[in-house]
Design a protein around this ligand. Structure first.
Ligand SMILES: [Zn+2]
Length: 309
């Protein structure tokens, strides 16, 4: 057994296992344009950290930890983990709760979640995760960003349905292009479902507008031929002027947010008057608002329970 005095970090002074952490603090969730770590980021890829822990407490870390612990007093090697995240997880496993921060950054929570995913020890984290998340969700992003992908990862890994739907909903509404997992262990099927849902909103929106026009032509919407005619004309003119109708009838996907597209449809205004005796009818307004309500429902994020990998 190595002497505890060699340790760079001591979780348990009476520990019998030295964890050797190599290549610590690797770049994390780097977007393609940020594939090189920022200069201010401290990387420790040539530095080795030696963390003294107790084998009996590592039994929380399963199944990998259980295998390692049966070897008794040994050195074990971990590779590539974020040092701070790793130390927090080990302190939790060793019941050193007074040394665990009550609040932490989204970044650090995402890194810890990667560790508990790898070691399959979600239950160890549950209490602290709930506390950390309740603080962090006050600043939940409303625009597409790297942070949003971190939320998708955390809510997926920790199985938090409301947060997962919220996070995927913002991605679907606010991304201007297909998204990637940024190297996070989000299953590719989840990423595919997000991108597919985003694209389907464009198709659904244009199909809904087309169907409304058909319904007016076929006499299935509107209260009279005059009512239908003026609604149809108004709709076609406004689609053209608001960029909701392209020359080939297809949706321009690149650079467009699905949420913005639905907002545009919501701003279509009914004709200024209604033909016939009932000049102030709510007929046209009702037709547009029922269509908009339907479209807004399509913007919801993914249901966690239906995601299979
Ligand atoms: Zn009418």
């Amino acid at each position: 057994m190595e002497s505890g005095s060699n340790a760079t970090h001591v979780i348990d002074p009476d520990g019998n296992v030295m964890i050797i952490l190599q290549n610590a603090n690797k770049p994390f969730a780097a977007s393609s344009e940020e594939s090189n770590p920022p200069k201010k980021c401290k990387t420790s890829q040539n530095q080795e950290f030696r963390i003294l822990v107790s084998a009996s407490h590592l039994t929380f870390v399963s199944p990998e930890g259980l295998t390692l612990c049966t070897a008794g007093s040994v050195n074990i090697t971990a590779d590539g983990w974020d040092l701070e995240a790793f130390l927090i997880l080990l302190r939790i496993c060793h019941c050193k709760h007074h040394q665990v921060p009550r609040t932490l950054s989204l970044e650090l929570l995402a890194k810890i979640t990667v560790l508990v995913d790898y070691y399959e020890c979600f239950d160890v984290l549950r209490f602290f995760a709930d506390t950390w998340i309740s603080c962090l969700e006050q600043d939940f992003p409303t625009q597409y960003s790297r942070d949003l992908l971190l939320w998708v990862w955390i809510s997926w890994a920790l199985k938090l349905p409301a947060l997962f739907q919220q996070a995927t909903g913002v991605v679907i509404n606010q991304a201007t292009d297909s998204v990637t997992a940024l190297g996070l262990p989000i299953p590719q099927k989840i990423i595919d479902n997000i991108n597919r849902k985003r694209e389907s909103i464009f198709q659904y929106t244009f199909a809904t507008l087309d169907n409304l026009q058909k319904s007016l032509i076929d006499g299935r919407k509107g209260c009279s031929p005059g009512c239908r005619s003026i609604m149809l004309g108004t709709l076609m003119i406004q689609r053209r002027s608001n960029g909701l109708l392209t020359s080939d009838g297809t949706a321009p996907l690149a650079g467009l947010k699905a949420g913005d597209l639905v907002t545009k449809v919501g701003k279509l205004s009914p004709p200024a008057w209604h033909p016939g005796h009932n000049y102030f009818s709510k007929c046209h307004e009702g037709i547009l608002s029922s269509m908009t309500s339907e479209l807004k429902l399509s913007l919801r994020g993914l249901d966690l329970q239906y995601q299979t990998t």
